[in-house]
Design a protein around this ligand. Structure first.
Ligand SMILES: Nc1nc2c(c(=O)[nH]1)N[C@H]1C(S)=C(S)[C@@H](COP(=O)(O)O)O[C@H]1N2
Ligand SMILES: [Mo]
Length: 186
């Protein structure tokens, strides 16, 4: 049986809407840094040249927002999240992703090891726009969009799961669009 292309309750768009808290940190390639800290073997800070020095990946995937839009066949480029986090020798089973706007979201560390999770800097062959979290954001295609932290500046490892900005406000902890894990009381 063929797999449905669009998850239940979603409709497709092609204008890549912008959704965030409304705070624009206005990062640049020159001032952006990503800190890996918490329960790690070694704390590290990556800057833009250090990110570009890692193996670069191009990947195409679909993106699903809990507000019911899905955009298909999006072309992204960046570094596999697993190639970034391995540098810090992570020991914690859970992460908090930090955005420079003060946003947070949480995932099991294992979710960052999948081969479709990108620390992304390029969308549709162009530098990632500020509104979409540029210069660098996380993209986690298997989860609803709120797990994909824009303006990614911190990955913090913990022994225990710590719900993020939307997760403490009633969004589902897992956020699998194929299971319609939208809100935690579903
Ligand atoms: N730092 C940060 N990341 C964020 C958000 C945010 O407010 N701040 N919003 C999330 C939500 S709810 C969604 S749906 C996606 C939207 O990404 P887009 O604006 O590029 O479409 O970003 C996610 N990542
Ligand atoms: Mo969202």
């Amino acid at each position: 049986m063929s797999h449905e292309r669009v998850p239940p309750g979603q409709r497709t768009v092609d204008n890549f809407p912008v959704l965030d808290l409304g705070v624009r940190p206005r990062l640049t390639h020159d001032n952006w840094q990503l800190r890996l800290f918490g329960l790690v073997g070694r704390e590290i800070v990556l800057d833009w040249p250090a990110l570009l020095a890692l193996p670069q990946r191009k990947t195409r995937f679909d993106f699903h927002c809990v507000t019911t839009w899905s955009q298909l066949d999006m072309d992204w480029e960046g570094v596999l999240a697993r190639d970034v986090i391995v540098l810090a020798a992570p020991q914690g089973a859970y992460v908090t992703l930090h955005g420079a706007d003060g946003y947070t979201t949480n995932l099991p560390t294992g979710a960052l090891l999948d081969d479709d999770v990108l620390v992304a800097h390029t969308f549709a062959d162009a530098p990632l726009a500020d509104g979409h979290g540029g210069p660098v954001r996380l993209m986690v295609p298997k989860r609803y969009g709120w797990k994909s932290a824009k303006w990614l500046t911190g990955i913090e490892f913990h022994a225990e799961d710590r719900p993020g900005y939307w997760e403490v406000r009633g969004y589902h902890n897992e956020a699998d669009p194929w299971k319609e894990e939208r809100y935690s009381n579903d």
